[in-house]
Ligand binder design. Structure first.
Ligand code: MN
Length: 128
């Protein structure tokens, strides 16, 4: 079995590098994009096992990128997890209502990240 592929869409260099390094160390393959449009395109092209999607991005927002991923039958099944600094009460419900599979708050908990990412990948495997 090949390694799980995670698409990271994040415009902040430091966050992108952190998430990429942690996931690669744990054996995931990663691809990345720094804006929503190219993230949506890469999702179509590469069919990743999971998309980690920042909300505040240049160009279209993460929420709009999610809508495009869900509207396309070739990517609709891919789990999409919001990567967000808005770690406040009620956010979980808000992100789930928007159609995200979940969210991972920033700052990133590097010890937790691989386990959570793996769990979200499995959710997609069940769905597809
Ligand atoms: Mn951002």
């Amino acid at each position: 079995m090949g390694s799980l592929v995670v698409l990271i869409v994040e415009d902040n260099d430091k966050n992108l590098k952190l998430v990429r390094d942690v996931l690669q160390l744990e054996g995931f393959s990663t691809v990345d994009a720094v804006d929503g449009e190219s993230g949506v395109e890469l999702a179509r092209e590469l069919q990743p096992d999971l998309i980690l999607l920042d909300i505040q991005l240049p160009g279209i927002s993460g929420t709009e990128a999610l809508a495009r991923v869900r509207a396309d039958p070739s990517t609709a099944h891919i789990p999409v997890v919001a990567l967000t600094a808005y770690a406040m009460r009620g956010d979980r419900e808000r992100f789930e209502a928007a159609g995200f599979d979940g969210y991972i708050p920033k700052p990133i908990d590097v010890a937790e990240l691989p386990r959570r990412v793996r769990a979200f990948c499995l959710r997609g495997a069940i769905r597809s």
